[in-house]
Design a protein around this ligand. Structure first.
Ligand SMILES: C[S@@+](CC[C@H](N)C(=O)[O-])C[C@H]1O[C@@H](n2cnc3c(N)ncnc32)[C@H](O)[C@@H]1O
Length: 284
């Protein structure tokens, strides 16, 4: 195991230095340490880059439930599909940046009733629920929700809702203060993105905020992903869950056309985040 060799190398180097052993010992320990940490880093990268995603070519993108249920058979698969992390600590630390963005840009506070569309295993919900009045997670995949339910069982202000179509018809109009979708709209086609933004407008209270994000075509990282995928999937059937990127103009258009005001685009490479507010005077 490269990680255990790295730890052994570090210990050997510390002992060699502290015990004033001769320079040959210290040099040997340092070389071992350098080599094992290189192998460790390389193997981690290699493992990340060769995840064997299933092609799922029997389904179309819009068969969202079938696609995402088959990616979420086990908790490990679900977590990997949701965010590329499988350990609980990896899931929790991967949520932190989104949580910071939500607190800053959607100003989530202890008074707010919050809805996440496409909540997956509750990666973000687990961190946001303790900071707001209530958190609801909606998802089209029953398997994802099953795993989320196990992760969130100790958080009493959370609930999970199984969506059976691209709609928030399970929710009354004017029932949330914040609606967000993170790491999710990338998997939907544009018209379904637009549907959810309109639905978010309906279920938000006047003065409520929407927060949506995706990889940003205008960032270097977003463009790199897009252009590499264009080569990789040229003339090859694209998997139905393959993420597609967005621009600030696309998301801002949905928000404005749905009736939101104070629409703002935040470029936080590799993401573009759009936030907007339902006017105080709006009907649902
Ligand atoms: C990449 S995961 C992200 C999960 C979560 N937002 C996170 O960041 O950890 C995408 C999620 O969107 C859900 N999803 C896919 N299509 C959907 C749709 N049409 N409506 C609602 N949820 C959907 C999937 O089931 C999956 O849980």
């Amino acid at each position: 195991m490269p990680w255990s060799a790295t730890i052994a190398g570090s210990l050997a180097l510390v002992v060699a230095i502290m015990d004033h052993l001769n320079a040959i010992w210290a040099l040997t320990a340092a070389i071992c340490l350098l080599f094992s940490s290189f192998v460790w880093g390389y193997s981690v990268r290699a493992l990340h880059e060769t995840i064997d995603w299933p092609p799922l070519s029997n389904w179309r993108r819009q068969e969202y439930a079938a696609v995402w249920n088959s990616l979420a058979d086990s908790m490990n698969d679900a977590a990997m599909a949701a965010t590329g992390e499988t350990s609980e600590s990896g899931l929790r630390s991967s949520a932190m940046e989104t949580v910071r963005n939500l607190l800053e840009l959607a100003a989530i506070s202890a008074r707010d009733e919050v809805l996440e569309i496409g909540c997956g295993v509750g990666r973000i919900g687990k961190e946001i629920a303790p900071l707001c009045r209530s958190w609801a997670g909606a998802d089209i995949s029953a398997n994802m929700l099953g795993h989320a339910s196990a992760r969130l069982k100790n958080l009493e202000n959370t609930r999970l809702i199984h969506l059976t179509s691209v709609s928030l018809s399970d929710f009354e109009e004017n029932s949330f203060d914040v609606v967000y979708a993170t790491n999710m709209l990338a998997h939907l086609d544009e018209m379904d993105r637009w549907w959810y933004v309109q639905e978010a407008f309906r279920v938000l209270r006047p003065g409520g905020r929407i927060f949506i994000d995706n990889m940003d075509m205008e960032s270097e990282a977003g463009w790199s992903m897009f252009s590499k995928d264009a080569i990789r999937y040229h003339d090859v059937q694209r998997p139905p869950y393959m993420p597609t990127i967005s621009t600030a103009a696309e998301f801002s258009a949905y928000a404005k056309r749905a009736g939101f005001v104070d629409t703002r685009a935040h470029h936080r490479s590799p993401l573009v985040i759009v936030t907007a507010t339902k006017p105080e005077t709006a009907k649902a």
